[in-house]
Design a binder for this molecule. Sequence first.
Ligand code: GUN
Length: 303
Amino acid sequence: MSARILDGRVIGKAIRNRTRLEVDDLVRITGVVPGLAVILIGDDPASRIYVANKIRACTDVGIRSSMIEYPKDVPADTLIDAIERLNDDPATHGILVQLPLPPHHDVRAVLHAISVEKDVDGFHLYNVGGLVVGDTIFSPCTPFGVMNILDHARIPIEGRNVTIVGASNIVGKPMALMMMRRDATVAVCHAKTRDLAQYTILADILVVAAGVPNLILPQMVRTGAVVIDVGINRLPDGRLVGDVDFEGVSRKASCITPVPGGVGPMTVTMLLVNTMSAARRFVERTRGPILTPVHPQDITQLA
Ligand code: GUN
């Protein structure tokens, strides 16, 4: 068997095309241009690239973006003051602090300073709690992107065995909650899990976000499984690879995401979706309901 490739660039493009239409409608009807503020602290080269991609993607769909940079030793007060100013700024609808922060910063204090209504990363406690009980405002972009890939490919989730490898706050834990909301049976594995293969082999849908190249080998995957590789690892020879042995596993899986070009582009796309949604919510909160044209395609049926 050779797996069907789930192409995040194609799916992401379709969703971005729709988001562009929604941004155009909002601007035309209300005069409000969705705005995203991105805060980058320190000089991590990978973070700089991710932020540049996010800013470029905003421009592409008509979202206004701004970047605020601080040195790695910026005092906590300066950071919190900046976030509070952005919370009060009516032209800023989404705020994102790029992670990871340099080690001595209190990540929770920084993330929780962001207004819930502007938390387009979905990292605030309210939004995390909302994932548990089912009324979150913004879902974290990477797992939200994974759900969109599966829905777009019409892969059923209800009743499926889903194994998630990696239990981070950004990917693994919210992914588990989103899958549970869709009535999957979920196992979450992590660095201390004994005999990982015992869990991965059960998976109808395997989501891997461990940051370890070649962690998932063909013998760990059930024939016909759907494999979603969230890992992005730079090898010493410069190649970018995921956490899954792509060549081997794609001979056994029914569907697989590539790296690069799988989940990565979807993460940025979902940030655009969340920012557009934040801007719309802002207008509705301050001025009442907006009547925008309904675009015929369902977001999950594009491309
Ligand atoms: N670092 C890695 N992924 C993310 C993300 O989704 N959001 C932010 N803010 N930082 C990240």
